[in-house]
Write a protein that binds this ligand. Structure first.
Ligand code: G3P
Ligand code: CA
Length: 243
């Protein structure tokens, strides 16, 4: 039986505005195994779930999250850009998302968006929140900023980390071990059966992003990845059935 986990990328963001409560609800409706989301920090120190460092693309507002207060962020419409039907969706805080998904038994992949904008202490703040919700054993923290993952491990060794990368790492399982990570999160172009096998032989899991084409979803599942992040979780489940 295939054990690859289907991870809703920014929620089921093919069907509802990314990183909003509606996208996370949709992911739950698909019975996903895991949810990926992105975290930034507001001017007044709140953990804000949003992909971009600014609000311009996914809301009717303007500016960088680091320069906006929670009140200012909450005044924005984060759904109308996607479809009129979702008008009125708000950008959620990390806590608001965990209020929805925290007790559903699915795992969480929090991507720390630390760079090029650096949020002081974001690692500590995120760890505090996931510990408050009793989710530290069920969370993977990932980032393209691998220094941030070193900081996570310095604060709490038992929280799983996984470096994100687009290309160009030779023997990434060795690299992962060097930085004390538990897994790797490569862009799917880098995934091969050998990569997955050698990683697994070295105790390193592989979750890959962001795979929406059904043929590529089948391909990475066939390579044996632990998890596949997709904006269309139903395509992931169909692939699991077809393989
Ligand atoms: O965590 C996987 C993937 O989300 C990384 O890229 O730009 O979609 O956050 P991005
Ligand atoms: Ca992400």
């Amino acid at each position: 039986m295939n054990t690859t986990k289907i991870i809703a990328h920014r929620g089921a963001s093919g069907y509802a505005p990314e990183n909003t409560i509606s996208a996370f609800q949709k992911a739950l409706e698909f019975n996903v195994h895991g949810i990926e989301l992105d975290v930034h920090m507001s001017y007044d120190g709140y953990l804000i779930v949003c992909h971009d460092e600014g609000v311009d693309r996914t809301t009717n507002g303007k500016g960088l999250i680091k320069d906006l207060t929670l009140n200012e962020i909450k005044s924005l419409d984060a759904g109308g850009w996607f479809s009129k039907k979702y008008s009125g969706q708000r950008i959620p805080t990390l806590q608001e998302v965990l209020d929805l998904i925290g007790n559903k038994g699915i795992f969480l992949n929090i991507e720390l968006k630390s760079g090029p904008i650096i949020y002081p202490n974001i690692e500590r703040e995120v760890i505090n929140v996931i510990e408050d919700y009793g989710l530290s054993g069920n969370t993977i923290i990932s980032s393209f900023n691998h220094y941030s993952l070193l900081e996570v491990k310095r604060i709490k060794k038992t929280i799983k980390t996984a470096p994100l990368y687009m290309a160009g790492i030779v023997s990434p399982w060795k690299y992962a071990r060097d930085i004390g990570a538990d897994g790797i999160h490569p862009y799917f172009y880098n995934v091969t059966p050998q990569l997955v096998k050698l990683s697994s032989d070295n105790g390193i899991f592989v979750n890959t992003f962001t795979v929406d084409d059904p043929n590529y979803i089948k391909y990475v599942i066939g390579c044996g990845v632990a998890g596949v992040m997709t904006n269309y979780p139903d395509r992931g489940f169909s692939a699991l059935e077809e393989i």
